[in-house]
Design a protein. Sequence first.
Length: 114
Amino acid sequence: MRKKTIRKVQKEFDDFKCLLIRKGSKAEIFENCTKICFYSCMKEYFELNRKIPLTYLQIAYHINGFLDLAWKYFLKYEELRYDTWEALDGLMQCMMEHEWVRIITREERKHMMP
């Protein structure tokens, strides 16, 4: 699960970076510097942090557009930060509390289908 999640997060980061570089003007890149930094911190969190709980890995793996959704949570909840792994643990905990039910429900539906 860990390796698959890391690859997924890395691909989402690379896609974001390529899109921004390819289509973004210098002004757009400058305006998105906080988002770029956030995505980079999230990518490093998953690549380097060996103590990530399995539930956090599952959330990142099962949510399409995970980095974008994490960014939206960061913007929505003012108390969230991304400057340390502990801060990112807090962001992941917040996401888990809100998204876990959706993930479980979706997975249960898959298994119920004939």
